[in-house]
Design a protein around this ligand. Structure first.
Ligand code: G4P
Length: 350
């Protein structure tokens, strides 16, 4: 029987807890030997973590390792559930458009129409965001700029979905199916803002949450009505991880806070970020830490000490407290207090 629930949409933790619970209770959920082997390999690698292996760019580079144990299952689930939707909305972080996505997604979704939602545009360099939207346009992909915190750009979502489904809608209308709901699967790696997007669009449109156990167990749908268009949003079935084989991906996601600080060395991470800033200094960086052009020529570790001193962050004995300064720099970068910085440009696309 159909079970309808109105009201507040679940928070990220609840959603993930629910997904994990349902995974744990499924009879068929026994880890296949491949996954078990992956876990064993992961454990072994964790024990033998060697920072020096990933120092190709700088001595401050560090080893950031995640283990995407559920990836195979997620891929399978996405492919299964594609049958239920007309289009896919892929959310990415506009500061790291390359690192914040799983590059296998296009092959996973095949010919299904796709819209890219460049979220967190409020934190990204607007000039580079434009370069990205132009780049996507040149590839025939529709991308929209979003700031889900304030809702800026959210109004373009419906028209973007309608545009990528224009041919399908014309066919439906020719068969007399007018105002048929457009079904869209929302996908994205953790922390790009999927929950915030769903909450935001639900506030701006009439929304209700709905489990459709008869259709596919465990899937959560959000039914919206916006500007006379009905949209059924399907929340990501599982956790879609980013790509792990390139260390810069882990590092850039760590800069943005998508990788938890407890799996990274904060001071080394801040040093790497300062190296980035040395190449592309922002006005805000100069101003917030009263830095000069000469200061920016210092090696990253000296620059970090200088910033600690300038902010009066000292340990007993008067030495600069570089650990505290590192946390502050990362926090200020993540909240764009050091300027709106985008770490990846379209010419990096391989
Ligand atoms: P997820 O479901 O994809 O994992 O991401 P989620 O919505 O939980 O968002 C992750 C973090 O990103 C949240 O911050 C959220 O507020 C923030 N966020 C989402 N969209 C935007 C955006 O467009 N701009 C900015 N500046 N931030 C955004 P948090 O610190 O983890 O939680 P909260 O305390 O802000 O709720």
């Amino acid at each position: 029987m159909k079970e309808k629930k109105k009201g507040v949409i679940k928070g990220k933790r609840e959603r993930y807890a629910q997904k994990n619970n349902s995974r744990n209770t499924r009879k068929t959920d026994k880890a296949p030997s491949k996954i078990k082997a992956q876990h064993a390999e992961a454990k072994r690698a964790r024990r033998e973590r060697k920072p020096a292996e990933f120092t190709s760019k700088s001595e401050n580079s560090q080893y950031i390792q995640w283990f995407p144990g559920h990836m195979t299952r997620t891929k399978r689930k996405i492919q299964e559930d594609l049958k239920l939707v007309d289009a896919v909305a892929e959310i990415i972080d506009a500061r790291v458009p390359l690192s914040s996505r799983n590059p296998d997604l296009p092959s996973m979704i095949g010919s299904k129409p796709r819209v890219i939602l460049m979220n967190k545009c409020d934190l990204a360099d607007p000039r580079i965001t434009k370069q990205w939207t132009e780049y996507y346009k040149s590839k025939g992909i529709r991308a929209i700029e979003l700031d889900c915190k304030t809702g800026a750009g959210i109004g373009n979502f419906t028209s973007a979905v309608k545009a990528v489904l224009a041919d399908k809608i014309a066919v439906w209308e020719s068969k007399g199916m007018v105002n048929r709901a457009l079904r869209v699967m929302v996908v994205g790696i953790p922390n790009v803002g999927k929950s915030t997007f769903i909450n935001r669009i639900s506030k701006t449109s009439k929304a209700k949450t709905e489990d459709r156990p008869g259709v596919t167990r465990g899937n959560q749908w959000f039914t919206l009505s916006s500007g006379g268009v009905n949209i059924d949003l399907l929340d990501t079935p599982g956790v879609l991880w980013p790509r792990f084989d390139d260390q810069t991906v882990g590092e850039r996601l760590a800069f943005t806070g998508a990788v938890k600080d407890d799996v990274t060395d904060t001071e080394q991470l801040a040093l790497r970020l300062l190296e980035f800033f040395k190449e592309r200094p922002t006005k805000a960086l100069y101003e917030r830490f009263s830095l000069t052009k000469d200061d920016m020529e210092l090696p990253a570790h000296e620059l970090l000490s200088l910033i600690a001193q300038k902010r009066g962050m000292l340990v007993s004995g008067g030495e600069p407290d570089t650990e505290r300064a590192a946390v502050m720099i990362l926090d200020e970068f993540r909240s764009a207090k050091l300027g709106r910085l985008t770490l990846e440009t379209p010419d990096e696309v391989k």
